[in-house]
Every structure is written in C-alpha cells, then in structure tokens.
Write a protein that binds this ligand. Structure first.
Ligand code: ADP
Ligand code: MG
Length: 690
C-alpha cells in the first residue's frame, strides 16, 4: 500500500511540480523544502487530498519518500528533503480544536505571542549497548526522548536482544536538527469582551525554524499531536496536552484581511461618504451609551482612521498612528470609552497596565515552560496590537521597565529586546489610547500631569493629544448624565424581558458599529490624503503663533516640532474620515481646534493663562519652579538661623508672604514638596530638609 502511495505522489510531482523539484535538487541542501499547494493535490486526486487530511503522518511520509527518490531531480538524491503543504481549505480557530483533531492535518491561524530560541534536537539518537557494544539508532519524534527497547531492534547489526538500563546515549555521534517552539494565540479582535485568548503551542523543525517573531500573524499547517503530562516526579497525568507539529507556515499579509468588505458594503460606504454630516455622524456613533465627551470621541475617531505613515528616503519612518491619553478622576467612563474604541478598531486590543502578562506593554525575555526553562521572547500588548489600536487602561500602573521601552515603542514603533542572548526588534505599529487615574485620587488642575500620574514628561510628550477630565459636580450636567444612564439601564431592563423600548433609541448609533468598522478599514486601506497648500499654510501659521507665545515670556520653548507632526497626522485622519484624498483648509481648522483644546487642558499655566507646553515637557512650570525654589531657600535659611534640622512652618509662610507668595499658594507648594520628599515634617508644625 505504501509503495502504491509513493508511486501516486511521484506521478503528482511529475505532473504539477516538475520544475520546482528540479530546481530544489540544484539548490539542495541549502534549500530543503518543496512547497506544495493543497489545492493542486485536490485537483490531482481528491481522495489523496482527503487521505492527507485524515492520515497525514503516513501520507506525508510517502510524499517525502517520493520527493527524495524522485527521478526528476538532476542533482542526485535528497535524503532530508521535505514537502511543506500549504493553503489548506479550512482554518480552524484555536478555540475549536478538539480531541477529534488529534493526528489530523489542520490549519490554525493566530498571533505569535512567544517564541523560544532555536535549539538543536536529536533526530537520530545513537545508543551503545553496554553488553555487546552494538550501536542502536532510534529515530526521535514528538516530545518524549525514546531509548531502545531491546538491543538490535531496528538496527542493521545483530544485537544481543538484551533490554533494561544497558544503553549509553552517544551524544556526539547522534544526528541533530534545529527545533523551535512557538506559542500562538487567538486574534484579539475575535474575542468577545473580557475573554482570555486561548493559546496553542507549535513545534517547528529544520528550515521553518527562526521564521517568525512575536506579533506576527500566521497560519500554521500541521499535525495535531498529543502527549501525556508528567509531574516532576514522573507521575503520569490522565490529561493529555496537545501541540501542533508544524508542517508549513504562511504569513497573513493584508492588514485588514480579516474584515471582508463586500460590494454592497462598498455601496453603503460611498453613500455615507457623500453625507455632509459624516464627520459628526461618526463621532456620535462612538460609544453612544456614554454621555458627553465629544472632544474625546472626536480624538478616538481620528485615532481609528489614523494619519499616513511615511517612509523617508534615508530609511527612516514617520508614524501615522495617533496616540491619545485620557487622564481623569475615577468613575467617569474612561474604561468604557477604551473598551469601545478597542471594539471598533478593525484590529483592537484592550488591556490594563495593571493586569498585563509578564510581557507587559512592550516585550520581554522570560524563562518559561514553553522553552523548557530556556529563554523565550514574549510579545506585550503593543506588539500584539501591531497595525491596530492598543487601548491601555490604567497605563500609569504599568511596569517600570515598560516606561523606558515605551518611548521607543511609541515613536519608532519598534520594541528592542537585548537580554540573555536574545537580541530582537519587534514591530509595534499601533495607535495607543491610554487612560490614567491621578495618583492622589482626584485630578488637580494646579499640578502638572507628570506629577499626578507617574509618567515621565518625555513619555507624555509622545502623545499627540492629552485630555484631562475632572468629576466636578454640576447640576445641569449631572442631571443629563443621570437621565442618560438611567434611560440606558431602563431600556436594558426591558430588553431582558424581551420588550423593546423607546429609551433604547438614545443609544442606537447613527452608523452601526459593524458598518463603521468597515468604513474605517476601507478608509485606511484605500485613502491616502495629501495636504493642500492652504492646509499647510494654516498649520504653519498656527505652529508659528504658538511658538511665538513663548518668546519673551518666562516659558522658554512652549511648543516643540512634535506638535507640528501631530497636526499633520490628525489632518490626514480628518480627511480620511470623509474619504477625501485631500487635507483641506477646513480639515486644518478642525484639527487646530482639537489640538488647541488638548493643549489648553494640559499646557496652560493656570496662573498666567499662557500656553505652556513646558508644563508637560519638564513637569512643572517656570512660575511654579521659581516659587518652589524661593520656599526652599527660605526653609534652608531658617534652619540655619534656628540650628538643628527643622524650622517652624509658620515662619516659612510669613517669609513667603513678604516675598510675594500668598499663604494659600505657599501651603500648596509646601504640601507638594512634602509629597515629593524635598521636605519632611519631624513633628507637627515643623518642617525640615532631609
Ligand atoms: P473609570 O474607568 O473612569 O473609572 P468606568 O468606565 O469604570 O470609569 O465607568 C464607571 C461607570 O459609570 C460605568 O458603568 C459608566 O458607564 C458610568 N458612567 C460614568 N460616566 C458616564 C457618562 N458620562 N455617560 C454614561 N455612563 C457613564
Ligand atoms: Mg477605569
């Protein structure tokens, strides 16, 4: 039966792959594999294709025998050549893999989360029998190391037929191949809210090792294998683990491939495009169940559509992705907004700075069971969200090591790892939408953001837009929010009983989330807007005006060139929202308003009313800095006069007042300096320098 099968494969190769086999034989052993399209096998012989799916171990063995012996080759035999079958008709979600798939040929798609180092693996293990010194060869397959059972079994030489612990493994004589373990997980966009992604481990060998990096989207065709888990003491568990023996790897290239846009969809999209209110319609279709926050929703919309990434002639690249940060009091729907954005994004991922895996937001080299305790490279949220949107809640709670890696991840959109011999650069081309709660519970307009949310000013300056939200009681607004929330809940209660209500209408988006996702994907795929001269002029004017506000004032340089780049990106996104190939003057005006709004929220020195990006850039404004310095000097002076290491706080306030700092301001500053450890209070009413 096997021979017949080999002949059948010979025939197939001759008919469909004659040229390729000949080519391979020339390049062999630098190249070792022949890629075979499954559809060709199906066309050649549907029953052979069926057999391959059902019984892949044997059938593939026969196919490779045929290739190795093939009389088509001109360069002689190819004893280690492989057939790598690709393009299986059906892709199986990781979630639906079951026992019935064990030992079947399946295709699985997923996002690479972790890769272990490529390591040598014994292919043919040599054992010396200690009794008769015959060398036994055992072919290794799967994950368990096999020893000879009886001497002479499967060996040309006549063995002594003894068994037991009489074999010595000949490490140096054995034959090795490259092997690598990979872990893939489900696409985040296919998960329903809050679901943990399921993972699958893949074992690849020889020329398909070292092909993928964390963050890659791939299809792996392979044979599902199972093995019995053992505890450390060797006790066997009744539960079987599964892994996929990789036969071939294909790359998922198109970024919005997953989202199919039909002819009908395209018609609807074009209808929307001609709507004069499209801009507002899109904004109002984002999280309609959340009341207010039009400015943040507008920023989210711009982020979803994204600017245009540019490749520079010198090999550099300017990101098109827009980064946004929302800082604010607890309980004002920040998390809800983030969840919504991640769901709307054609490729979105929602995660919390607090609860992310060991890989955190960027990436890490970890020792884990995937690599059998060896180092593996694991992707964090921003790598997994490559070419999409990463919504990171409580971003201020992120790991310290992420803080520094995030600079690179946001600006260069790469994540470099150099640790434990692993040197890699992963891609993180995603837009970041972060939310942060202020450290002291409530947001304080008089304190710089960087002090309130443990993020460095340089990191903050990477965000194109920053919004701050305070939860101030306001009767009119509170009433509206209350009505809105109560209506949503009321409608939800009725729905639970199976009744539709009119209240629900308030939450119905003008554009359905489904259509909006497609609209976004369509725009990002097809629309690459260019700035008109008028728009450029507007941006230039705005930028120069902003800069000039700093000249002569006490803020050294209020706005940096980063803001100009942000304007361009946002302008492009604005044009994309209308599916327009041009960034018009009107787009520019809109964007300038958005940027001004954001700058005002974070950049205005509330004491002078001036725009002061220095506030973000160095974490404190000039006036504040000066005052803090004066107060420090006063304390230093008083301590000298009094002797010891502290002085009465009342005297500090008195002197401050005579230096022109009113008491309330002075109290605030002292409080701040106590908080950051510049001062300490040895006992009530006293202040000291540590
Ligand atoms: P945060 O992350 O800012 O602490 P959440 O997103 O967890 O807050 O919101 C708390 C709850 O309050 C949510 O159920 C949210 O829907 C509701 N909520 C707060 N503000 C609004 C609003 N403006 N409109 C609708 N719901 C709101
Ligand atoms: Mg929250």
């Amino acid at each position: 039966m096997e021979d017949a099968s080999i002949d059948r494969w010979m025939e197939f190769l001759r008919k469909y792959y004659e040229e390729d086999v000949r080519r391979l034989s020339v390049y062999y052993p630098d190249e070792m594999s022949l890629n075979v399209n499954f559809q060709d096998i199906e066309r050649f012989d549907p029953s052979l294709a069926y057999e391959l799916i059902e019984n892949p171990t044997e059938i593939l063995h026969a196919a490779e025998e045929a290739l190795r012996k093939s009389d088509l080759s001109t360069g002689g035999e190819m004893p280690d050549a492989h057939i790598r079958v690709t393009k299986l008709p059906k892709k199986l979600p990781i979630r639906s893999i079951r026992g019935q798939h064990i030992n079947k040929f399946i295709a699985v798609e997923g996002l690479v989360r972790t890769v272990a180092d490529v390591r040598p693996k014994v292919r043919v293990a040599h054992f010396e029998c200690m009794k008769c010194h015959v060398v036994n060869k055992v072919i290794q397959q799967g994950l368990i190391f096999r020893e000879p059972r009886t001497c002479g079994e499967g060996t040309e030489d006549e063995g002594c037929k003894s068994s037991g612990k009489i074999f010595r493994f000949l490490k140096d004589k054995s034959a090795y191949i490259d092997a690598q373990r990979i872990r893939i997980q489900e696409y985040p966009e296919n998960l329903r809210g809050g679901e943990q992604p399921q993972t699958l481990d893949i074992e690849v060998e020889e020329d398909i090792t070292g092909m993928v990096m964390p963050g890659d989207r791939i299809i792996i065709n392979g044979i599902l294998r199972s093995y019995q888990r053992r505890s450390k003491t060797g006790v066997r568990s009744p539960v079987f683990e599964i892994y996929l023996e990789g036969i071939s790897i294909e790359r998922e290239e198109q970024e919005f491939d997953e989202l199919k846009i039909t002819k009908e969809d395209e018609e609807e999209i074009n209808k929307l495009k001609n709507d004069p209110d499209i801009y507002d319609k899109i904004i109002s279709s984002i999280a309609p169940s959340i009341f207010g926050y039009e400015n943040i929703k507008e920023a989210m919309a711009l982020q979803l559509f994204s600017g245009v990434a540019k490749d520079l002639p010198d090999g550099g690249r300017i990101r098109g992705d827009i980064h946004t940060l929302v800082v604010g009091d607890p309980g004002i729907a920040k998390s809800q907004l983030l969840r919504y954005a991640a769901k709307l994004a054609p490729r979105g991922i929602y995660t919390s700075g607090k609860s992310t895996t060991s890989a955190g937001l960027t990436a890490t080299a970890v020792r884990d069971e995937l690599g059998d305790g060896k180092w593996t490279l694991e992707a964090g949220a921003l790598v997994l969200a490559d070419k999409g949107l990463a919504a990171v809640d409580e971003i201020d709670k992120m790991d310290k090591k992420d803080q520094s890696a995030l600079h690179e991840a946001m600006e260069q959109q790469t994540v470099s790892v150099a640790k434990a011999g692993i040197i890699a650069t992963l891609k993180s081309r995603c837009a970041l939408l972060g939310a942060a709660n202020p450290k002291y519970g409530r947001f304080d307009r008089y304190e710089p953001i960087s002090v309130q949310i443990e993020m460095s000013p340089t990191l903050l300056s990477r965000f194109d837009l920053i919004f701050t939200l305070t939860d101030d009681p306001d009767e009119v607004l509170d009433t509206k929010i209350a009505e809105h929330i109560l209506k949503s809940h009321h409608a939800g209660e009725l729905k639970a009983r199976g009744v539709d209500s009119e209240d629900d209408l308030a939450n119905v988006p003008q554009i359905s989330p489904d259509l909006l996702r497609k609209y976004i994907a369509y725009a990002r795929r097809n629309i690459f807007p260019v700035m008109t001269t008028e728009a450029q002029e507007k941006f230039k004017q705005f930028y120069v005006d902003l800069r000039s506000q700093g000249i002569g004032s006490d803020a050294p340089v209020p706005v940096t060139a980063r803001q100009l780049e942000a304007l361009v990106r946002l302008g492009e996104a604005c044009a994309r929202m209308r599916l327009s190939e041009e960034v018009t003057e009107e787009d520019a005006s809109r964007i300038i308003k958005v940027v001004k709004d954001s700058l005002l929220q974070v950049g205005v020195d509330p004491e002078t009313g001036r725009l002061d990006a220095d506030w973000i850039a160095v974490g404190t404004t000039k006036t504040r800095r000066d005052r803090a310095k004066i107060i420090r000097d006063i304390v230093r002076g008083l301590i000298k006069e009094h002797g010891g290491d502290a002085c009465p706080i009342e005297e500090v306030y008195e002197r401050a007042e005579s230096s022109g700092i009113e008491r309330q301001r002075a109290e605030e500053i002292v409080e701040g300096l106590l908080r950051d450890g510049t001062f300490f209070s040895p006992k009530h009413g006293m202040i000291g320098l540590p």
